[in-house]
Design a protein around this ligand. Structure first.
Ligand code: ZN
Length: 80
């Protein structure tokens, strides 16, 4: 899989399978990207997120309607 940044200055390739595909709802990700890094792939459909992390800080207007596991405080403090 290949991807890159919006302006095209950075390109990368990935040869292994994804190991942590997730939706992160933390404030840092909200402010810095507004989306998950999966979206930087040339074809973001190649990797499907499997969990939501930091859902305690997700925006209130977002209704999560999928079967992915939820980790309110991230992976370190939550059991799923
Ligand atoms: Zn985050």
């Amino acid at each position: 899989m290949e991807g890159g940044c919006f302006c095209g200055a950075v390109r990368y390739s990935v040869s292994g399978p994804p190991f942590a595909a997730e939706y992160c709802h933390c404030r840092m990700c909200q402010k810095s990207t507004g989306a998950m890094t999966i979206a930087s792939l040339d074809d973001p459909n190649l990797v499907k997120p499997t969990r939501h992390i930091f859902t305690d800080s997700q925006v209130r207007w977002l209704n999560i309607d999928d079967d992915c596991k939820r980790f309110p405080e991230g992976l370190a403090k939550s059991s799923g």
